[in-house]
Design a protein around this ligand. Sequence first.
Ligand code: GAR
Length: 204
Amino acid sequence: MLSRIAVLVSGGGTNLEHLLLAQEAGRIPHGKIVLTVSDNPGAYALKRAENHGIPGVCVPKKGVPQAEFEAALSKELAACRADMVILAGFLAILSPEFVRQWPDRILNIHPSLIPSFCGKGYYGLKVHEAALTRGVKVTGATVHFVNEIPDGGRILLQKAVDILPGDTPEVLQRRVMEQAEWVLLPQAAELVAAQIAKEKERVQ
Ligand code: GAR
């Protein structure tokens, strides 16, 4: 039995692309990506989903009250009968009330070795700028669950990436994506999809 996966995005969608490629290559045998949701109508990620024949919808966040936004998001997730949610460069914040409904069912990818360079204000390129400013020699990426506190961000997978002399934030971002994010996220998707599939079979 396959776990139905919804991928939430906000921007370019290279992580989504690599999930879709992994699925097409048979590297997520226990999961099926059934929907892409963007909070940003202009996200190129929606185009990527379309190119792969995966439905994509926009649930706008800008100017929408949090409860209304999350109600619309929940409706989409219910309509596609999602079993799990992957935040792949999804930059909108989800409330504890929302997260509570998906225990161990939401995964997020973050472009650093958590607990370094994470939390408020650390997203996208800013994470890499901070790592370079601090002068760390190793960074990486982390895939973690998004749960309620105290188990807020239990870590599933991490991969280290070297920082090299002369790195700019853009160069470092690309290396972290290539060497860590695009590798880890499909692996994490399969790990959790397999676990959920096992649970679904047990209750059948
Ligand atoms: C990725 O580097 C992802 O790790 C990061 O945003 C980028 C999205 O790229 N996410 C965060 O910073 C979350 N705090 P993509 O749209 O090309 O996948």
